[in-house]
Design a protein around this ligand. Sequence first.
Ligand code: IMP
Ligand code: MG
Length: 426
Amino acid sequence: MFTDTNRTVVVVGAQWGDEGKGKLVDVLAEDADWVVRYQGGANAGHTVDLGARSFVLHQIPSGILHPTVRCAIGNGVVLDPETLFTEIDDLVRDGLEVEGRLYISDRAHLVLPYHKLVDAESAASQAIGTTGRGIGPAYEDKVARRGIRVLDLRDPARVRDLVRRGAAHAAAQLAVFGSTRCVDADETVAMLDGLAERLLPLAGDVGLLIHRAIGRGASVLLEGAQGSLLDVDHGTYPFVTSSSTTSGGAATGVGIAPTSIDAVLGVVKAYTTRVGNGPLPTEFDQELSERVRALGNEFGATTGRARRCGWFDAGVVRYAARVNGLSDLAVTKLDVLDTLEQVALCTGYEIDGELHTEFPSDVAALDRAVAQYEWFDGWMTPTGDARSFLDLPMEARHYLNRIQALIDTPLTYVSVGTRRGQIIAL
Ligand code: IMP
Ligand code: MG
């Protein structure tokens, strides 16, 4: 992805998350100077399998596993300061150096215990099937101008005031929910006082750092979390997360200009999954869902929930290609389909007797949508050892070529297994 002219590259999920962005970021980080997260928070679970060891990263960019890469957390992220240090300590225990090459935007908002409490106790969050990590309530406070930013930690008196205000709002919400759980503002203040000493040395103007790095010609990878169909604007609203997961969000979430982005790699699975509620037009019946879930180990990396599974939806990915401006496509987990007798691609939807080839914006229409499929012979051959496109069975190449044609985006990577080396670069 990095060339003389492609210096700033965004990696986005082009479905409902869990497409294998962590693996692609790990592969691309080989050539990156910087890897920066730009939105979301500890709701993300990016799995990187190094063979001997497997890592699940929630807040720290997946580039951290490459010792020479510098990593940053942008202003668009909502940062959970408690679990950040658990994550850092786990990496350090595994022999990685983290502090010294991890930078955190001082403009990033904090996720606090009362946000997690509100997320857990809210019937609305349960209806969406959120991860319960406090993401929605933290972004609500940000937009309501009630949030607490990393930079506020420099002033303990200000933190005390802001926490009291935020906690009072959370307590009022819990009362409305009829919850008996309590918000402890003093405990939160004490926690932040304790963490500030460790967090502040990592904090600074990430937008400026990355702007300068770009100016020097550095290779910069902007790592998206979740997927395009979970974007608060472009996703299957209200069954979405609370941030801008698409490439436009990368510019605002890092604090750089949109014009400094050179390329956008969209990552998709060779099929579709989603965790949580909301429409999934190509969802398998229960039997096939269980079969593919077992083959692909489709359980949430953050919550352990069983993921819902379905056929590849070209309507979804074509839409994602448009809103992200995808320059490249990576198809992951092709090997998961190796034992299926037949595979299908969804090319459009029949809604109330009419054929739609563009992805509908109303979830009520999506609920009534009947997916229209093209069927393909399965390849019934293991693909995990393929290292070039021509190593793949003819039926698999045919399936991938059809995806590339339907999405009208060049296929740049095919991943055929979880391990680092199991990838084909086209
Ligand atoms: P929240 O982000 O925890 O508020 O959850 C909102 C929706 O996004 C729920 O359907 C979650 O399951 C989904 N979601 C959030 N993060 C991820 C992720 O990293 N992968 C897949 N789904 C996610
Ligand atoms: Mg994930």
